[in-house]
Write a protein that binds this ligand. Structure first.
Ligand code: SF4
Length: 416
């Protein structure tokens, strides 16, 4: 446990400088890299807002939604004019399927401008039906991810999803009925809610192993500074020791049927849908209000204000509002974090990218994780051990909590 706490503390500490962004006018616009990169597109609207959620999202309103999608298509057009090419596209939110006609028009434009090899879309259970999935599949979407969080009615009630999306058994039925329409249907789950006990977790696992979705992503509950007090009022305090034991149980229960393809994602064949477009540490553009991107060694964040987002694009400029240029060491650490989150790091690829061996650049970090039994070495790769997978869950939890905290500060600064 001491090691767990030390790892969590060190990621919190480095995230603080990582998210110390420059603000304002002197931003250098990104230029197109020589090779195709990834594209993340953010749709920040939901029909209802969940109390534990710290994503950048607004209550859906049709007029604002239409203006937003128009601005988004302008932003994509600017990237095309600048010569950007995208190999894969991940459309997340919010609820991207909240306006299907606008979403399909946007996917169509993405196909015409960039011809990406794969497009993935997130949705919510109330939107999940055969008609919607068929429309997405016809538009070229191969992978759909649906946020379920839990099948236990007590948990669903506590997080306000029972009334919104139905009981656990209704959710399970809806997923079963939706299988086989797109190549990969991913189910997002969350564990370690303070009111969740072992029996509720077992119920979640039994339900999943009965309906057998193509892929399961099991996130630990992540609580940002802004949502902490509300969460604790509703459900109590989050327990790190329960997180560790629940993670062990999840990996044990799923391993006969599912193979891990990241520290918290489990796939049973087909094309894995790694819903973190960041996995692998490669560069990506973030389009949409509040979206992040990593381009030319700098992390960029678009404005969180919807009026400003729309205004900037009407003037023909990219809506980037915050930027932070990474040092070589920071980029190497980011690369280590994201590659091993995807379970392996290619040593030759690392040397090619940074001009030095991983031991030369990140010797103390590698030594520490080797000593605590997190890494397995071969001549060409470093792989995460089973123990290391939980250490990476801790690090990614803290990293995303850092992102959430930055998001909350930016939303506050934008008057939201
Ligand atoms: S959890 Fe999902 S549905 Fe709920 S507010 Fe956040 S983005 Fe919207």
């Amino acid at each position: 446990m001491l090691i767990d706490e030390f790892i969590a503390w060190s990621v919190r500490w480095s995230s603080r400088s990582c998210f110390a962004f420059d603000d304002g006018g002197s931003l250098v616009p990104p230029y197109a890299p020589a090779i195709p990169i990834h594209l993340y597109v953010h749709i920040p609207f939901c029909v209802q807002l969940c109390p534990y959620c710290s994503f950048h999202r607004f209550l859906f309103e049709e007029h604002a939604g239409r203006l937003y999608f128009q601005a988004l298509r302008r932003e994509l057009g600017i990237y095309a004019e600048k010569g950007f090419r995208f190999s894969s596209v991940y459309i997340g939110g919010g609820t991207p399927t909240v306006m299907m006609d606008e979403l399909l028009r946007t996917i169509d434009l993405i196909g015409n401008l960039f011809s990406p090899a794969e497009i993935s879309v997130e949705t919510n259970p109330d939107r999940l039906d055969g008609g919607m999935l068929t429309s997405l599949a016809r538009a070229g979407v191969r992978r759909v991810s649906v946020g379920i969080q839990s099948f236990a009615d007590e948990v669903l009630r506590a997080i306000g999803r029972f009334e919104k999306y139905g009981s656990g058994s209704e959710l399970a039925r809806r997923i079963s009925d939706s299988m086989g329409i797109v190549d990969t249907l991913n189910v997002d789950m969350i564990y370690n809610f303070p009111i969740q006990d072992r029996a509720m977790l077992e119920h979640d696992l039994e339900t999943l192993l009965r309906i057998l979705p193509d892929q399961i992503t099991f996130y630990p509950l992540m609580v940002s500074q802004a949502t902490r007090s509300q969460m604790e009022r509703i459900m109590g305090r989050v327990s790190p020791s329960q997180e560790r034991s629940f993670y062990g149980r999840i990996t044990d229960a799923l391993e006969d049927v599912y193979a891990p393809n990241s520290a918290w994602c489990f796939s049973r064949g087909g094309t894995p849908m790694i819903d973190e477009y960041v996995v692998g540490g490669e560069e990506y553009v973030g389009a949409g209000s509040g979206a992040f991107g990593l381009v030319n060694g700098a992390i960029n964040a678009n404005t969180f204000s919807l009026p400003e987002y729309i205004r900037m694009l009407e003037k023909g400029s990219l809506p980037i509002r915050h930027r932070r240029v990474f040092s070589v060491k920071e980029l190497a650490r980011y690369n280590l974090l994201m590659n091993l989150f995807g379970l392996k790091l290619d040593l030759q690829g690392f040397r090619k990218r940074f001009g030095r061996s991983i031991w030369g650049l990140l010797g103390p970090e590698i030594l520490f994780f080797a000593l605590v039994g997190a890494l397995h070495f071969s001549p060409s790769q470093i792989r995460l051990t089973r123990r290391g997978r939980y250490y990476w869950v801790i690090m990614m939890r803290e990293f995303f909590t850092g992102v959430d905290n930055f998001r909350e500060q930016s939303r506050e600064a934008a008057g939201l």
